[in-house]
Design a protein around this ligand. Structure first.
Ligand code: ASP
Length: 604
């Protein structure tokens, strides 16, 4: 028998028991004629005490770090207790032991504070996974998984697997493709999500489906994305938006309760997409803090109206503002005493290529009611006061203003808001704020192709009273400048995102379930009938056999785990992740394949 107990199990109550443990050697400490060895497994660490004669054996055959051993002996009360570990009151007086396998010296130390750099730890991920910090993350991931499954099972959802080798229908991200040996010259694609399958399952009558499933997207990996990632993917029949929101608020609340012991009783807050963009510059606002954006001048289309509010800066000669499409600001509370160095540093921050703005205007609202700004030349005290009051700034605040093209500027002010929020300590890891963002536009304008693309995906239904607008209008856009005036830019989707602390953790929609509306949607996206049939004929066909009304959602499982674990990196919560170039540095994949394989696949 290799072991009677785990290395995290024995306590003072087990004194005198004869036990056998198995695990990895963490440390070896020789004191005169005796030796202490810490042995580790998944459950913890226990101290072994090797007596004089066993120590003599170690002298000829030393134990090294990460050797796998089994040791038997008596549980003994320690004289020198260690309050930091649960087994710290006992040790094992070893009477026999055996080396089960040796280890060469590991490339980094297997400890909480390791000396291994990122790349090295990824290369030896199987060793990194022995570390507590990483193990805790995987344990949390498993807890979230169990909690989700328990809830969905109780709610009558069925876990049904869907294929990984499917048809390539790129819409959104790029597909990963797999050559077919048996069908030379043809390719499968890996699913970006099981979207169409779960919809077909609804047509088949499995009215509550879920799957914790891998999805594959061949995207450029911006920070903290993975080419393969996991979703909690769900779909329901005979539901309206409200049913879905209700069911999945329930799921998230259950996960919070099971995993974090946090009970959320109130309803999750809701915000329209327009309000999110207008007030936070972002469709996934972090509402742990307020600091809303003031739209000093903007060409943002909201509630059917083009906003072009020039009031706050009317009658001034400041060209930068007057020429800008959009001027937006935030008021950083209590920051009016920022030094020149600090405001310069913020200016550099927003000029970084990732943000790419040309400059930052600031107005200090001094505690005594006076103002000092970087544009004093153009704005007298009265005008500064008017802007400050328009921005709801209080004495002591620092108003930060950005001006430029609408989309870029709004994005930049949103980033600046988050950065200031972080610096001021408003974004606490242990505070969780959920939010539904809803009423998204159904379409987005793609300037490169001068056409509409589906903001969520092509299967999302318009709001019931917007369906007619879609049917009645020709999707063709005259020119790039005209898209904001096109009736399609007004159509709202029956779609919703769940946002947690400024991260989109889930998104879904009520689906189109009638063939003709789905065809109209494909046409609106610039697909002719032939293309629509080639790509999605199976779905259009299925819709003719009694498709029920349905809708669903998918949660980003990796991201959800990372946030619950208080981390910004999803990689930490994936057992074998890829790096930022999509490489598995442990396997050294992707890699070339040999000529024989290429030939078999009919590839050149
Ligand atoms: N399949 C969608 C996605 O991956 C989610 C959904 O609409 O259910 O984003």
């Amino acid at each position: 028998m290799y072991r009677t107990h785990t290395c995290g199990e024995l306590r003072i109550g087990d004194k005198q028991k004869q036990v056998t443990l198995a695990g990895w050697v963490q440390t070896v400490r020789k004191f005169g004629s005796i030796t202490f060895v810490d042995i580790r497994d998944r459950y913890g660490i226990t101290q072994l005490l090797f007596n004089e004669s066993l120590t003599a054996q170690l002298d000829t055959n030393p134990l090294g770090r990460e050797f796998v051993i089994t040791a038997s002996g008596n549980v003994n009360e320690r004289s020198n207790k260690n309050g930091n570990i649960p087994t710290g009151e006992i040790e094992i007086l070893v009477d026999s032991f055996k080396v089960l396998n040796k280890s060469i010296t590991p490339p980094f130390s297997i400890q909480d504070d390791t000396d291994g750099g990122d790349e090295l730890r990824m290369k030896y991920r199987f060793l990194d996974l022995r570390r507590n910090a990483v193990k805790k993350n995987l344990e949390l991931r498993y807890l979230v998984n169990r909690s989700a499954r328990a809830y969905l099972h109780e709610q009558n959802f069925m876990d049904i697997e869907t294929p990984f080798l499917i048809k390539s229908t790129p819409e959104g991200a790029r597909d990963f493709v797999v050559p077919s040996r048996m069908n030379e010259g043809q390719f499968y694609a890996l699913p970006q999500s099981p979207q169409t399958f779960k919809q077909l399952l609804m047509v088949s009558g499995y009215d509550r489906y879920y799957q914790i499933v891998k999805c594959f997207r061949d995207e450029d990996l911006r920070a903290d994305r993975q080419p393969e990632f996991t979703q909690i993917d769900c779909e329901m029949s005979f539901v309206e938006q409200e049913d879905i929101l209700d069911m999945f608020e329930g799921l998230i609340k259950r996960i919070f309760s099971d995993v974090k012991n946090i009970s959320i009783t109130e309803k999750v807050e809701r915000m329209t997409w327009e309000d999110a963009m207008w007030n936070f510059g972002n469709d996934k606002p972090d509402i742990r803090f307020d600091m809303k954006i003031t739209n000093i001048k903007s060409a943002f289309r909201r509630g059917g109206e083009l906003h072009a509010n020039g009031d706050l800066i009317a009658g001034t000669e400041f060209k930068v503002f007057n020429d800008a499409e959009t001027v937006v600001s935030i008021a950083a509370p209590g920051c009016s005493e920022y030094t020149r160095k600090q405001t310069d540093e913020l200016t550099d921050w927003i000029k970084r290529p990732q943000i790419g703005m040309n400059g930052l205007v600031y107005i200090k609202c001094n505690a005594d009611g006076s103002f000092k700004s970087s544009v004093d030349k153009f704005f007298d005290e009265e005008k500064l006061r008017k802007i400050a009051s328009g921005c709801n700034a209080k004495p002591g605040d620092l108003i930060l203003i950005l001006a430029g093209k609408e989309e870029k500027t709004r994005k930049a002010i949103s980033e600046l808001r988050l950065e200031i929020g972080k610096r001021l300590g408003f974004r606490k890891d242990d505070e969780f704020k959920l939010l539904w963002v809803m009423d998204f536009p159904l379409f987005e304008y793609a300037e490169e192709d001068n056409r509409w693309v589906a903001r969520h995906h092509p299967f999302t239904s318009p709001k019931p009273d917007h369906i007619q607008v879609m049917i009645d209008n020709n999707p063709v856009i005259e020119n790039a400048a005209a898209y904001l005036q096109h009736p399609y830019s007004e159509i709202k989707a029956n779609a919703y995102d769940m946002v947690l602390n400024g991260n989109e953790i889930g998104g879904g929609s009520i689906r189109i379930f009638q063939r003709d509306l789905q065809e109209k949607m494909f046409a609106a996206l610039g697909m002719d009938q032939e293309e629509a049939m080639h790509k999605f004929g199976f779905l259009l066909g299925a819709f003719e056999y009694g498709a029920p009304p349905h809708g669903g959602i998918a949660f980003g499982f990796d991201r959800l785990c990372a946030i619950l674990g208080g981390s910004e990196s999803i990689r930490d919560f994936i057992a074998f992740p890829k790096n930022n170039s999509g490489r598995d540095v442990m396997l050294d994949a992707p890699s070339t394949i040999d000529a024989k394989q290429m030939k078999e696949l009919g590839l050149k």
